[in-house]
Design a protein around this ligand. Structure first.
Ligand code: MIG
Length: 798
């Protein structure tokens, strides 16, 4: 793909070839944008300009200045920015990415494209191949199956409703073509900003290449500097947006089931939780609350008084969330449909008439969420639900899923009909050539859910400005974190799915989607008590923790399996509520820095090959290592502790003996035990268990500090809802010989809601003297201090 010459502007360099173009710009420090147009046709006469391209994923940024240096030798031009430079070979039309120290981070081996004439519109195939050195690991890719390191896999990005899915199912519901490369401890990132159907081959076909392919006319890519994985994730989320801080209640325990029939069922679930002394913050209403699956309606025989039900639930500390599917029943007289039809808001088929399919509603039409006026209209439909006291929405079937399509008078099942009746279609969804304004479905399929979530988010922000929107989505694409939490769809009550949930959530987290969870203990199939307990133990650490099950499966609320499972599940839920100060702080960190709550071990041990291979353990934040039992019948397991010193704090209870990292240890974990380790220098802020959340200005707080030469920790607090005052607390500690000093500083004007705090200092023996505490004592070998809540400094002399 030869490039002949280049044109330089203050913030862009464009390379031109006979058929291709490459444009380089810098949207953020440490980030380069490279638009590859492999089939670009420009005339020798007209001005050379690239077509304007709209991004669905990227938040607008002004371009930063860059400079370019042409090296006469070898026909190379180097585009230079502060953190990254790009060396472009004009003869080959390839490039190399270098960091500020001149180390090669990435190399493009080729990009190429073709146009394939087709009816009614031409098809494209654009390709880009990256060099993949044998020692390079590839992480991220959004919601994908497989190990943390995706080398050797091949993925399709095409949002798909798959039921059931298996440990090797692809594609799934989300499309996030972002990844991190990691080699010899050095990380960098790559993002392909295309909404078209995409594929990536991660060294499966040719081990020396990572090959991307788009069905669109160009490859709009972003390259991110490290050097640490954290830096790459920060930069990627600066580009595509960070998740807003969720309302506190949405971090509490959630219960759902497709099969709760009516208001009575919802009441008895809430009653069940309270009668068994179980924490609960939210119950979901699945599709049966609607009248004939008509979105934005209520079946009044099942739910005569939704607002009354929401009030009753609220009185017990429980919020209600309703499912909202995109498909609109085509039924004249039904207002949502009438309005959408009259205002031309619906997706059309390739012949230009309104596309009619079937989902739950039959026949069904599909709002075109790529258009702003459609999003605004849809956003306003949330009003009646908000007024009824519904706390949030659950967007399902938004790939969009479509089971059958109408063609003239006939209806064809998408999965079995011959293609000629439907136009090209892939998965149970709309045909490639369905029309969204002037765009074809093939181009915008993957951003359908993003548009719908955006409509919900913006609508709710406007209708209830004093509250934080809560939206849970199944489908999504890059940037979805700006609007919604994600759950991974229809898993099953398989042990394999419990284990798989870890790498799926870690992959999502690295790809910007921190607020995510999977159905506990599996949506399809049959769970048992042991699985419920083991899965809820893991679920305690999922940013979103929801027990959900499918119609026709045995019910799986915590009390369905008897004892000891009920009590052990209660312990997990209580642990979740104890952890909320830390989880909320991590959620805040995600909202300002884009770092995920769940992080792979390798994130802080990037050069450690053992850490890279850990798929069955994770970090909750930076300092708490969680190594749960995810196999049936297991009562002990192997755990890899990366470099550092680690304090066993199983079940957040009694501490064990500190261990050196860089080794494998065996954790003894009978049912009821979750192996946890606190990193030296880290601290956890915990509160007391509660039946539901109230405020994130904690009235009870204990710091669990693993004392080391340096200690650092944070706590973010506010009302837990809305946009009022907050307080960010920082702890900084230093241990020198026989003296440990811990200091507290705060920012923000939120007044304290407690008189005292407790400090549990692990790793210190009985002191000679403690300064700055009201009291101190040794408890179970741990030095415990009571301090005034407004404390600034404590000093321990050993
Ligand atoms: O075709 O609304 O993934 O969580 O319970 C099934 C019913 C539709 C799929 C979702 C699942 C939900 C179910 N839905």
């Amino acid at each position: 793909m030869r490039l002949e010459d280049l044109s330089v502007e203050p913030t862009r360099v464009t390379f031109w070839g006979p058929r291709a173009a490459l444009q380089v710009s810098c949207p953020l420090p440490g980030v380069l944008r490279l638009r590859h147009l492999p089939v670009f046709q420009h005339t020798a006469l007209g001005p050379r300009e690239l077509p304007v391209k709209q991004s669905w994923a990227v938040v607008e940024h002004p371009e930063l200045p860059l400079s370019v240096r042409r090296e006469e030798q070898g026909g190379v031009a180097v585009v230079v920015t502060e953190a990254l430079s790009l060396e472009v070979s004009l003869a080959r039309g390839t490039w190399r990415l270098l960091d500020a120290a001149g180390r090669e981070l990435a190399r493009c081996e080729a990009f190429s494209g073709e146009v394939m004439p087709d009816y009614p519109v031409d098809r494209f195939r654009s390709r880009l191949a990256l060099h993949a050195p044998p020692e390079e690991a590839w992480l991220g890719f959004g919601e994908k199956v497989g190990a943390l390191d995706k080398r050797g896999m091949h993925f399709v990005f095409w949002n798909t409703d798959v039921m059931p899915h298996h440990p090797d199912t692809d594609p799934l519901y989300q499309s996030i073509p972002f990844c991190l490369g990691l080699r010899e401890g050095l990380a960098w990132g790559f993002f392909l900003d295309e909404s078209w159907r995409l594929e990536v081959d991660v060294g499966a076909e040719d081990a020396s290449l990572v090959q991307w392919e788009s069905s669109g006319p160009e490859l709009d890519t972003y390259l991110f500097a490290g050097p640490m994985p954290e830096d790459v994730v920060r930069r990627y989320t600066a580009l595509t947006g960070r998740p807003p801080l969720p309302p506190l209640w949405s971090l509490g325990a959630q219960q759902s089931r497709w099969g709760y029939e009516n208001a009575g069922d919802i009441r008895s679930v809430i009653h069940g939780y309270r009668a068994h002394g179980l924490p609960l913050d939210c119950v979901y209403l699945d599709i049966d609350y609607m009248e004939g699956y008509k979105v934005w309606t209520w079946d009044r025989t099942r739910y005569p008084d939704p607002a009354g039900l929401a009030r009753e639930a609220a009185a017990r500390g429980v919020k209600l969330v309703t499912i909202i599917d995109p498909a609109v029943k085509a039924e004249p007289g039904y207002r949502v449909y009438d309005e959408a039809l009259a205002r031309d808001f619906l997706v059309r088929n390739d012949r230009g008439s309104v596309l009619i399919g079937e989902v739950w509603p039959k026949p069904a039409t599909f709002p075109d969420f790529t258009r702003e006026e459609v999003r605004t209209w849809w956003g306003r439909w949330h009003q009646g639900f908000l007024e009824a006291g519904i706390a949030g929405v659950w967007n399902d079937m938004n790939e969009p899923a479509c089971f059958s399509l109408q063609n003239g008078r006939e209806t064809f099942d998408i999965r079995t009909a011959p293609a000629v009746h439907l136009g090209k279609v892939e998965g149970p969804t709309l045909p490639h050539d369905a029309r969204h304004g002037h765009r074809r479905h093939l181009e915008v399929h993957n951003v359908y859910a993003l548009g719908m979530a955006r409509a919900a988010y913006e609508g709710m922000r406007e209708l209830a400005p004093e509250r934080r929107p809560f939206i849970l989505t199944r489908a999504g694409s890059a940037g979805i974190q700006r609007y919604a939490a994600v759950w991974t769809g229809d898993n099953s009550s398989y042990w394999a799915h419990l284990e798989l949930s870890l790498t799926m959530l870690l992959g999502l987290g690295l790809s910007g989607v921190s607020f995510a969870g999977v159905d506990v203990p599996g949506f399809l199939s049959r769970a048992n008590g042991e699985l419920l307990v083991r899965w809820t133990q893991v679920g305690t650490f999922y940013p979103l923790m929801r027990n959900h099950s499918g119609k026709g499966t045995p019910p799986q609320e915590p009390w369905r399996f008897g004892e000891p499972y009920l009590s052990l599940t209660r312990e997990c839920l209580e642990r979740r509520y104890r952890l909320l100060p830390t989880l909320y702080t991590l959620s805040h960190e995600a909202s300002v820095e884009g770092l995920p709550v769940l992080r792979p071990l390798v994130m802080y041990a990037p050069g450690d090959e053992e850490a890279l291979r850990v798929d069955d353990a994770f970090l909750f934040g930076k300092d708490l290592l969680v190594a749960p039992v995810v196999r049936q019948g297991q009562t002990r397991r192997l755990v890899y502790l990366p470099e550092g010193r680690w304090l066993p704090l199983f079940n957040l209870g009694t501490p064990g003996e500190v261990l050196e990292g860089g080794q494998h240890v065996i954790a003894v974990a009978p049912l009821g035990t979750v192996p946890l380790w606190l990193r030296a220098g880290g601290a956890l802020a915990l509160t007391e268990p509660a039946l539901h959340t109230t405020s994130a200005n904690w009235s009870q707080l204990t710091w669990h500090v693993h004392v080391a030469e340096r200690v650092e920790a944070r706590l973010y607090e506010d009302a837990g809802e809305g946009y009022g005052e907050s307080r960010l607390t920082r702890l900084r500690g230093e241990r020198v010989g026989e003296r440990f000093v811990l200091e507290r500083s705060t920012e923000g004007s939120l007044p304290l809601a407690r008189d005292t705090e407790t400090l549990r200092l692990y790793g210190l023996s009985a002191p000679r003297e403690v300064v700055g505490a009201r009291e101190h004592r040794m408890r179970d070998g741990v030095l415990e201090l009571t301090v005034d809540a407004g404390w600034r400094r404590v000093e321990v002399l050993l």
